[in-house]
Design a protein around this ligand. Sequence first.
Ligand code: FEO
Length: 169
Amino acid sequence: MDKKVIELLNDQINKEFYSAYLYLDIANFFNDLDLDGFANWYNIQAQEERDHALLFLRYLQSNGIKVELKAIDKPDKAFVNPIDPLYAGAEHERYVTDLIHNIYDAAYSVKDFRTMQFLDWFVKEQGEEEENADKLIAKFKLFGDDPKSLYLLDQELAARVYTAPSLTI
Ligand code: FEO
């Protein structure tokens, strides 16, 4: 496997764990506001990100590559209003999409078709993640200012359940 592709895939383990950390931080913020549904939604988001990290780890291991785990940064975003983390989440997903596309680009340039095929799942997943983040912002803008509607939205988000990723390695 190409050195640059390995390096990018290894770095992505860290980026996905950071994503989990960021979403846990957001869940923590909502927990403090007693918006348990929002906290649930972001806790599940964090679980999904941990899954993503492990998929990158297993993919490297399955190719006989020794993985190097690096330190995870402290989430440093300051949230004031409940909509702030929603914007931070959407912005972060776009950043992650760029990272995935960058790895894809590196794999493409060395004709690493196996890695491209592995990344296909993530390309699709990122599309869904961006859509979900944007929809949440749209809903919050519609209902967030009205306490009764915010309560109902919180109830809706409380219903989200964790499902394991459809990709296995
Ligand atoms: Fe693993 Fe939300 O990107």
